[in-house]
Design a protein around this ligand. Structure first.
Ligand code: SF4
Length: 188
C-alpha cells in the first residue's frame, strides 16, 4: 500500500503510542513543501507549537524565519518537522522510548519527501540522526553523507534565543546549506 502525507497526518493526529498523547494539546505534524530539497528536523514541539499545532511558531519561529530570510530562503521552500510530534512537558529532552515510538512517522516523512539535505536543529536531533556522540558546539556546520542525502546540523532556534551570540554561526551554517543545495541541484 502506498502511504500518503494524509495517512501520516491522520495517524499522528490520533496517535497514542506514548504517554505524551495524554498531555499534549495538539500533535504537531511537519509543515512546508512536500517537494522540498531541504528537510529541517528538530527534537520536539514547544509550548507555542503545542497550542497551535504548527511547528516553529512563537519566538523560536521568529529566529528560524530570520535565519531563512538572511540566506534567501522561505518556509515555503523547505519542509520542517520534529522527531517527536507531541510536546514534552516543561520542554524537557525527549525520552528514548518517546523517540523510538515516534520515529516511524519521521521515517515516513523522509521516505515521501526524499530530501537532498537533512538539517538537524540542535543536539538532540543531531545525536539521534547523525551520530550519538555529536557535539553541536564543535560539529555544527559539518557534513555527513548517507544513502541519497547529505546531513548537517546547526543550533536549535531556542538555543539561539537563550544565547544570541549563536545566531551568526547558525546564519553561516544556513548560508552554506543553501550553497550545498545549489551544488547538488546542478549535479542532477
Ligand atoms: S509523541 Fe509521537 S509517538 Fe508519542 S503520542 Fe505523540 S505522535 Fe504518538
Amino acid at each position: 500500500m502506498q502511504v500518503t502525507w494524509n495517512d501520516i497526518k491522520q495517524h499522528v493526529d490520533s496517535c497514542t503510542q506514548c504517554p505524551l498523547s495524554r498531555i499534549r494539546q495538539r500533535p504537531v505534524m511537519g509543515r512546508g513543501s512536500d517537494h522540498a530539497d531541504l528537510m529541517l528536523i528538530a527534537e520536539a514541539p514547544g509550548g507555542d507549537e503545542d497550542a497551535q499545532g504548527v511547528p516553529f511558531v512563537g519566538r523560536s519561529g521568529e529566529i528560524l524565519d530570520g535565519l531563512l530570510r538572511d540566506c534567501g530562503l522561505s518556509r515555503e521552500q523547505i519542509y520542517i518537522t520534529n522527531i517527536l510530534k507531541c510536546h514534552p512537558p516543561g520542554n524537557r529532552d525527549p525520552k528514548e522510548e518517546e523517540k523510538d515510538a515516534c520515529f516511524p512517522y519521521l521515517k515516513y516523512e523522509t521516505f515521501l519527501l526524499k530530501p537532498k539535505i537533512i538539517v538537524c536543529l540542535g543536539r538532540v536531533a543531531a545525536q539521534r540522526i547523525i551520530s550519538p556522540d555529536f557535539k553541536i558546539t564543535r560539529q555544527h556546520g559539518t557534513w555527513t553523507y548517507r544513502k541519497n542525502y547529505a546531513l548537517t546540523a546547526t543550533y536549535h532556534p531556542s538555543a539561539i534565543l537563550r544565547d544570541l551570540s549563536k545566531y551568526e554561526a547558525a546564519r553561516q551554517d544556513f548560508c552554506e546549506i543553501v550553497k550545498k543545495s545549489s551544488k547538488l541541484k546542478t549535479k542532477n
